[in-house]
Design a protein around this ligand. Sequence first.
Ligand code: TYD
Length: 145
Amino acid sequence: MQRVRYIEFSKFREERHNLSLLEEGMHIPFPIRRIFYIYDIPGGETRGGHANRANTEVVIALSGSFDIHLSDGRETRSFTLNRSNIGLLVPPGLWVVMDNFTTGTVVLCLCSTPYDEKDYIRDLATFQQECACGLLNNPTPLSSR
Ligand code: TYD
């Protein structure tokens, strides 16, 4: 069972810069089928507001910082991402909201599936209904992940 967790990537401190790396199989527990990134985010903006039925993501603050709130329909847990060498593993079946972005934040998302709009639930009421009916793949309470 995949669980929400931070993933620490390799980091090399060089004389005048840092270098971090992530490798499929070593740091990322799924084949990476898609990468997207979010940038030029206005202050006060909220992103996300959706759940994925099948896609697993690793979300990284490549630059800057932001908060990410995950709900399984029963409870919500919040995480802060503010280090370039730390990612958050987000399994499917969770409502995802991101906010509190600092200026210049760049969010990198590594995905386990190609883009498919049918994989998205963008309506909170539908998400809550599917959770209540046990239709989403999140049988483990968020608190024990
Ligand atoms: P969306 O998921 O709504 O972004 P956010 O979570 O930041 O609000 O995506 C914005 C637009 O980009 C939407 O029209 C769908 C499109 N999109 C793709 O075509 N492919 C992708 O992999 C992603 C993530 C989004």
